[in-house]
Design a protein around this ligand. Structure first.
Ligand SMILES: [Zn+2]
Length: 153
């Protein structure tokens, strides 16, 4: 996975002035902040790198305005969730990778639980397509995150 990240980027900056991580699409450089290195577990840092590296694709990937209930309309969402790395947006592919960490990896229990919480947060706050967010949640978390009264089918 990190080889995929490395192929997409030309540089990685530890950016003390940035208020959040971002991808400079023109230069192919990922900028990480102090906050990214506070991430206690390597899985979360890797998830951030995967997210930002997706922004460097050709064509470069950009977020869309959020339509998720209660999130506001900032352009920080993905239209939907996807289960392939070429088709998914930045949040989608990071969530997919973190789902694998949560369910299939041999990372410590705390890392797997943290990855699961991040996936749930992304599905509830950064994926506009709540129907498919629930379908993804059922497959990877074993429960809906939106239609919580319904059982997974
Ligand atoms: Zn992004």
């Amino acid at each position: 996975m990190l080889r995929w990240v490395g192929r997409r980027m030309k540089g990685l900056e530890y950016d003390l002035n940035a208020s959040y991580a971002y991808a400079d699409q023109a230069k192919g450089v990922l900028h990480l902040t102090k906050a990214d290195f506070k991430l206690e577990l390597g899985a979360d840092l890797a998830g951030q790198l995967i997210h930002e590296a997706r922004h460097l694709g050709i064509p470069a990937y950009g977020h869309v305005p959020c339509t998720v209930p209660g999130v506001g309309s900032d352009p920080s969402c993905d239209p939907t969730i996807a289960e392939d790395f070429d088709g998914g947006g930045s949040h989608a592919i990071a969530a997919l990778w973190l789902s694998w960490i949560a369910n299939r990896s041999e990372w410590p229990y705390s890392a797997r639980k943290s990855a699961e919480k991040t996936v749930e947060w992304v599905l509830k706050n950064r994926i506009n397509d709540t129907y498919n967010a629930d379908r993804f949640a059922c497959r990877y978390l074993g429960r809906n995150v939106w239609n919580t009264r319904a059982a997974c089918r």
